[in-house]
Design a protein around this ligand. Structure first.
Ligand code: CA
Length: 152
């Protein structure tokens, strides 16, 4: 899915949202306070940029975001999933979690956005994701197709 979509950063975040720029070849992205419960009323966005010719491989080691219908309250969004937000602890009919999906950026940029609304009814530990830059030449079409089917 990701590989077919154009490179997009997420729509402009609200002015109060904190945007973190990551330019290392690999790194970790965590919800605030991880692994303690994340705060309410929080908006954070990570914009990852790697050198051109590289693609970004992102996967989640841990995921626990308060579930809500269609993830409208708390969510994690990855820029290449234009329509999908992740939330909850497991996939349901209306919500999805990244689980073991490996997300590959279509280009050399990728955004991850986290939002929590004004309340958390239970403690949720948030998420931890790792990313690394992969030289695009190393990816065979098979890799892309496999990753592809794993995320669609
Ligand atoms: Ca919440």
């Amino acid at each position: 899915l990701c590989a077919l979509l154009p490179v997009l950063f997420l729509p402009a975040s609200p002015a109060w949202a904190q945007v973190l720029l990551l330019a290392d070849m690999y790194g970790t992205i965590q919800s605030p306070n991880f692994p303690e419960s994340y705060p309410k009323d929080n908006e954070l966005q990570w914009n990852v940029t790697v050198p051109s010719g590289y693609t970004i491989r992102l996967y989640f080691m841990h995921f626990d975001i308060e579930p809500s219908y269609l993830c409208e309250y708390d969510y994690v969004k990855v820029s290449c999933f234009e329509l999908a937000a992740f939330c909850g602890r497991e996939n349901t009919d209306t919500e999805r979690v990244p689980a073991d999906d490996v997300i590959l950026s279509p280009g050399s940029m990728l955004s991850v956005a986290f939002r929590s609304d004004f309340s958390n009814e239970e403690r949720h530990s948030g998420f931890e994701a790792h990313y690394s830059a992969l030289l695009r030449l190393w990816l065979s079409q098979t890799d892309i197709t496999e990753h592809h089917s794993s995320v669609s």
